[in-house]
Design a protein around this ligand. Sequence first.
Ligand code: SAJ
Length: 429
Amino acid sequence: MSKKNKLKQISVIGLGYVGLPLALLVDIKGYSVVGIDIDTKKIELIKKRISPFEDKAISKQLKQSRIEVTDDFSRLKDSSIVIICVPTPVYKNHMPNLELVKSASEKVGEHLKKGQLVILESTVNPGVSEGIVQPILERTSGLKSGKDFYLAHCPERINPGDEKWNVRNIDRVVGALSDKGLKIAVNFYRSIIDGDIKSMKSIKEAEAVKVVENSFRDINIAFVNELAMSFEKLGIDVVNVIEGAATKPFAFMPHFPGCGVGGHCIPVDPYYLIEYAKKKGFIHDFLALARRINSQMPEYAVEQVVKGLNEKKKSINGAKVAVLGLSYKPDIGDYRESPSFEIIKLLKSYGAKVASYDPFVLEKSSVKSLKEALKGAEAVVVATGHAKFKKISPKIYIKNGVKVVVDGRNCLNKEKFQKAGLVYKGIGR
Ligand code: SAJ
C-alpha cells in the first residue's frame, strides 16, 4: 500500500463494467474505496466478493479487495475524489440517454463537500460536463464549481474481454473546468495507471476524444461492411483482400465485416456526436451513413439465409434456423446492442422458426444446448465468433440436417464447409 494514498478515500459511483474494475484498481493502489451503486442485488454480490458479471480477472481481484460497497450516497462525503461511472445508452430513436448521469449528479451534489473533485468517466458528448453535470452539482450542493469543488472528465476506455489492455495499463486523457481540478485529476490517474495521462486543453476536448475514437472505429467497420456487400457481387473474398491490404506496414488499419456492430460503445457513441453537432447546426452525414450501413448488416445476414435456402430450393418460411451467439463479441457474455437480436427478429418476420443459443448468455437463449439448437435446423447463422462455435465441424451440421451455414463473423473455414457439401455464406466471402 502506498503511504501517500492511504489517507485518501475515493468514491466510485456505478459498479459495472467500468466502475468495478476502476474501484478494484484504486483499492490495489492503496486508497480506501467506497463503491456506490443503486442496484442492491449487485451490492450484495460484491459484498460476497462475487463479480456481478463474467470476468475472470475481476472475480480474482474481488477476492483480495478491501473495497466497501453501499447504496448510501452520503458515504461519499468523506471522499477526496468522487468518480461517476454510470451507463450512457441511447434511446430507441438513438437520442443520447443521460438520465443516469443526471440522477447520479443529483445524488453526488446532495453530499458534495468543499474541496472535493468530481470526475465523470461515463462516455458523453462534448458539452455534457459543463452544460448538464456542473449546473446540477452547483444547484444541489449550493457550492461553486472551480472555487468550492472541481469537475473533470476522464473518458473510460474499458475493453470487455481484452486480456492485454485493462484499466491499469491503458493511456487516458483528462480535461477539467479549472487548472486546479485538472492537476488533482491528472495526479490521481498518474497514481493508479501505468499508462500515460494526457492533459487536454478543456473538458470538452476530453469528452470529444472518446466519441471520436469510437466513431473512428464505427466508420472503419462501415467501410469494410460496404466492401463486403460490393465484393459479394464482384465474386471477391473481402477478408482475403483486407488481409492483403494489411500487409502494408503503414497507413492501413484492418477492420473486418460482420453481421452487425454491437456493444455499449461503438454503435452508441457516434449518435452522441451526431445529435450534439445537429443541435449546434452541423449535420454529420458521414457518421450517420456509417451508422446506417452498420445497422443494416443484420438484414444482409438474413438475406444470405434466404439465398442459401433458395439454392437448396427451400423457403425460409417455416424453416428452422439456429442462431448461434447472442453476445456482441467473442467469448464474453455481454449482449448489449447485439445484432443477434435484430437477426432473430428479421428471421421470424420471414416466417422462420428460430432457435437461439449462446453458452455465455443462456438466460436469453431460447434453447439451452447446441444440440437442441441444431436439431432439425435447415440453416444456421453463426452470429458471434465464440471459440466453441468455431470448433463445430461441418459433419455436425450435416448430421443435424443443416443445409446452409451463414458465417456472420467470417470465423469459419469457408473451403472446408463448401467441400463438405454445405451452402456456405460469409459476409463478403
Ligand atoms: N466489429 C466488427 N468489425 C471489426 C471490429 C468490431 O464488425 O473490425 C464489431 C464487433 O463484432 C462488435 C462491435 O463491432 O459487435 C464492437 O466491437 P469492438 O471490438 O469495438 O468491441 P467494444 O464495443 O468492446 O469496443 C471497445 C471500445 N473500447 C472503448 O470504448 C473503451 C473500442 O474503443 C475499442 O476499439 C474496442 O473495444 C477494441 O479495440 O477492442
